[in-house]
Ligand binder design. Structure first.
Ligand SMILES: CC(C)(COP(=O)(O)OP(=O)(O)OC[C@H]1O[C@@H](n2cnc3c(N)ncnc32)[C@H](O)[C@@H]1OP(=O)(O)O)[C@@H](O)C(=O)NCCC(=O)NCCS
Length: 338
């Protein structure tokens, strides 16, 4: 009986796309009853980027994906699975944004589908890529996290409109026989009993589009901010501690802790609980706000483009979002350093 060489999943490259238009706290002061001081103090956010009216989630995802494919030294023909994590798809029912991204990148006749796990979407998608590669079914997976969150935000609601931004990030996950390059572990979980903490009530089978939906603004994101905040800190801390313990890795040895960028206070509380040094914690929330599924790959791209992320560096990813969903991942960067 022959034994096939085992395939491991490795993180080969990163790319991102940030839309041009900037929405500052000063701009928001003119739109709702808020202040730069309140927003910075409560969230750490100073500005966020907003997609152009004619720019769809797939446009941003395709741009990030193109960069990731090039940086992996691959071509469109090499990609055999496309995953797009998003809760702001081009179309809410069909086709999936992954199909449209594939078409825009010239990726033909390969499996493509979306992952809906809100802010946890990118790490969820990494776990799917890992499973496809380890099973031997696929070799080069394009994982995109892309959001036009501004398309579901009510810019008259000061409790949500200050938080979110648009953008995209993407990574190529490839098969390797080299264990040193392999993903170490991914934990992903969910608890639907907290579904009402973060929800867009329409459109969907519960609330199909109607005049009532429009009149009541049910197409916009609704959030129990304070409850979400408390649960996020508790869950993220526990989850990260567990993945580190399970793999016998101590927090101080991780060069890059990349938490979901929702709120500086959440990141600080989790970082402090893990006794992380400031230089370990990746921060982009001040300039991008919360970009949901795009947040983690955009943050990884930032440290790669600034030369901080080197080949072989261990990354600890940690995220939390609507569902509720949460996930953490331990994986080395297996691409080339800048
Ligand atoms: C949204 C969030 C910043 C609000 O901060 P908070 O400290 O929890 O504040 P609260 O919601 O308790 O509101 C405190 C007060 O500020 C007010 N407030 C809310 N938004 C405001 C704004 N943009 N500007 C000024 N005041 C605001 C509230 O109305 C409230 O006033 P009140 O005390 O008179 O009722 C915070 O809860 C948060 O970040 N939650 C997690 C959100 C998140 O991460 N979501 C995505 C998960 S992926």
């Amino acid at each position: 009986m022959s034994h096939a060489t085992p395939h491991y999943a490795s993180f080969r490259s990163i790319g991102a796309y940030v839309p041009e238009k900037v929405l500052t706290n000063a701009d928001l002061e003119k739109m709702v009853d808020t202040s730069d001081e309140w927003i910075v103090k409560r969230t750490g956010i100073k500005e966020r980027h907003i997609a152009a009216d004619d720019e769809a989630t797939s446009d941003m995802g395709a741009k990030a994906g193109q960069t990731a494919i090039e940086r992996a030294g691959l071509n469109a023909e090499d990609i055999d699975l496309v995953l797009c994590a998003t809760v702001t798809p081009d179309y809410f029912n069909m086709p999936s944004t992954a199909c449209i991204v594939s078409d825009k990148l010239g990726i033909k006749n390969v499996q493509a589908f979306d992952i809906s796990a809100a802010c946890s979407g990118f790490v969820y998608a990494l776990s799917v890529a890992k499973a496809f590669i380890e099973s031997g079914m696929k070799r080069n997976v394009l994982v995109v996290g892309a959001e036009k969150f501004s398309s579901i935000v009510d810019y008259t609601d000061r409790t949500t409109c200050i938080l979110f931004g648009d953008g995209a990030g993407a990574a190529v996950i490839s098969a390797t026989e080299n264990k040193d390059e392999a993903f170490v572990d991914i934990h992903a979980s969910a608890d639907g009993s907290y579904a009402d903490f973060l929800v867009t009530p329409a459109p969907g089978s519960v609330n199909p589009v109607s005049q009532k939906v429009i009149d009541e603004g049910l197409q916009y994101v609704q959030m129990k901010g304070n409850e979400t905040f408390k649960l996020a800190v508790k869950t993220l801390t526990k989850d990260v501690k567990e993945i580190l313990e399970k793999n016998n890795i101590s927090a101080e040895t991780i060069p890059h802790f990349v938490p979901h960028q929702a709120n500086y206070r959440i990141i600080k509380a989790v970082g402090d609980a893990l006794k992380m040094r400031e230089d370990q914690v990746v921060l982009t929330v001040h300039k991008y706000g919360n970009t949901s599924a795009a947040s983690i790959p955009m943050a990884i791209n930032d440290i790669w483009e600034s030369g901080r992320l080197r080949q072989g560096d261990m990354m600890l990813l940690d995220t939390f979002g609507g569902g509720l969903t949460w996930a953490s991942a331990l994986l080395p960067f297996a691409g080339k350093s800048l």
